[in-house]
Design a protein around this ligand. Structure first.
Ligand SMILES: Cc1cc2nc3c(=O)[nH]c(=O)nc-3n(C[C@H](O)[C@H](O)[C@H](O)COP(=O)(O)OP(=O)(O)OC[C@H]3O[C@@H](n4cnc5c(N)ncnc54)[C@H](O)[C@@H]3O)c2cc1C
Length: 434
């Protein structure tokens, strides 16, 4: 029997020896023991929502979707313990049912909690990545044994394990610090991009959650502001239908205009216009996240320190201009700026030494994205930009050493202790974690 695997973006594929779907801890441990005995590499995957080549292996793959149980709820501490394969959409429903919520979330919720935290998935505002909400992990090591790690039990190993790209072992469970459920106001408006770039620090400070998208070809910005409120939530089926219709119309137009890339700037403006709406209020997770329809895309996201943002944006403008001049023009239809706070407690977090601005470029899967993304990363090197681990990046050992310095050395020492035979290293991870 032959096995194949592809990620959501369809830009990563592999042919593993076997794909396992363990249903409980014992089955998970048995797979790892078998991999150890057969001396084959073993890697987990959740929803396959990473665009980087973290998952592909010729060894064993473990699909974690059956490890999706809620294990513990502590209402007093506002903490839950869940199996690491639980998808985020299920997690937030469980939390809501207990009057709890995650303090922050990324934009979509298909990912598993183990995959999202292992790659430093983030939202926007004033918190670090989702890994920072983990207070305890249970990690299955290469010999099949289960290790409990927390800030007070093996603190340094915990700082490595909560964001480890699957390179230390397989997470069986994570304990998450949550808070009481809350409501957010939701506002989305179009502004002049020059004004947004000038005032962004002030605007970020004024809002609990804040981000923007940039149309570099027309200098417009789509600004999202979300704030905690006591306003009541108004249910609206009509809103959901209207949004789905808008998105479907937009996707159809995008497909129709595909042979005419020079229409992209106007299409982006149209999407901005479709997205604006007056102030409304809803449960936090409904405001922080969005559903998505059909269109597959690929993404590259680099993070820079706030003080270099103006220079990084100047460099991006040069890049966009150059690509737009080529042939019929190569355009980037989505450029998003999000804000992630310092995260000292995770060795491989891109924000381990201070707040960062994450600038993501989204392109259609059929486009010349590889050239654009590699040029983007090359130009961002001058600003010591660190990539999102789950999005397309070109990391090697030298770059990892430059960007993560002592933290990388510490991480590698812990890796050597926990997985001396490299059972959890695939070809990609071996390029920078050996
Ligand atoms: C449509 C879309 C929207 C996205 N939006 C955002 C966003 O808003 N913010 C953001 O920051 N990112 C975003 N991402 C990126 C995404 O959150 C990350 O790539 C995340 O890792 C995907 O989770 P997953 O469950 O699919 O993990 P996978 O891609 O399946 O795996 C990712 C890594 O985690 C490891 N892993 C998975 N499960 C375990 C486990 N149980 N134990 C140990 N290691 C494990 C894998 O081995 C691999 O190295 C988005 C991606 C897509 C496709």
């Amino acid at each position: 029997m032959s096995f194949s695997w592809a990620n959501w973006g369809r830009n990563q594929t592999c042919y593993p020896k076997k794909i396992f779907r363990p249903e409980n801890l014992e089955e998970l441990q048995a797979v790892i023991k078998e991999a150890q005995a057969q001396k084959v590499n073993v890697h987990a995957f959740g929803a396959g929502h990473s665009w980087s080549n973290l998952v592909p292996t010729s060894g064993y793959l473990i699909k974690t979707d059956q490890l999706n149980r809620l294990l513990e709820v502590d209402l007093e501490k506002k903490q839950v313990r869940v199996e690491a394969g639980m998808p985020l959409h299920r997690l937030i429903q469980h939390l809501d049912a207990h009057g709890l919520a995650m303090t922050n979330l990324g934009r979509v919720t298909k990912q598993s909690i183990g995959g999202a935290t292992s790659t430093g998935t983030h939202g926007t505002g004033h918190t670090p990545t989702l890994a920072s909400f983990i207070t305890e992990v249970e990690l299955v090591l290469a010999d099949g044994s289960l290790h409990k790690l927390s800030a007070t039990e093996n603190g340094q190993q915990f700082a490595a394990a909560r964001l480890a790209l699957g390179s230390l072992g397989i997470l069986y469970s994570v304990k998450l610090q949550c808070e009481s459920s809350f409501v957010l106001t939701d506002q989305c408006s179009i502004m002049n991009a020059a004004f947004v770039f000038e005032k962004y620090a002030e605007l970020l400070q004024k809002n609990d959650y804040w981000m923007f998208e940039w149309n570099p070809y027309t200098e417009k910005a789509l600004v999202y502001s979300w704030n905690r409120t006591r306003l009541p939530v108004k249910k609206s089926v009509f809103r959901a239908v209207k949004n789905a219709l808008k998105e479907a119309t937009f996707n159809a137009l995008t497909a129709l205009l595909r042979p005419f890339p020079q229409c992209t700037p106007k299409l982006v403006d149209l999407r901005f216009w479709f997205s604006t709406h007056a102030l409304r209020a809803d449960k936090s997770y409904k405001v922080l996240t969005r559903s998505y329809l059909g269109m597959r895309y690929v993404e590259c996201e680099m993070s820079v320190k706030p003080h270099v943002l103006p220079d990084a944006v100047r460099e991006l403008k040069v890049l966009f201009k150059a690509f737009a001049k080529e042939g019929k023009g190569i355009y980037v239809p989505r450029v998003t700026f999000r804000f992630v706070a310092e995260e000292k407690g995770s060795l491989l977090s891109p924000t381990y030494d201070g707040n960062r601005v994450f600038i993501s470029l989204v392109m259609p899967a059929h486009s010349a994205f590889e050239r654009v993304f590699s040029e983007y990363q090359k130009r961002m090197r001058a600003f010591e930009a660190r990539p999102h681990w789950g999005k397309i990046h070109f990391m090697d050992q030298a770059l990892a050493e430059q960007l993560y310095d002592n933290n990388l050395r510490e991480f590698l020492a812990i890796r050597q202790t926990l997985d001396p035979d490299g059972l959890f290293l695939n070809a990609q991870l071996s390029c920078f974690l050996k």
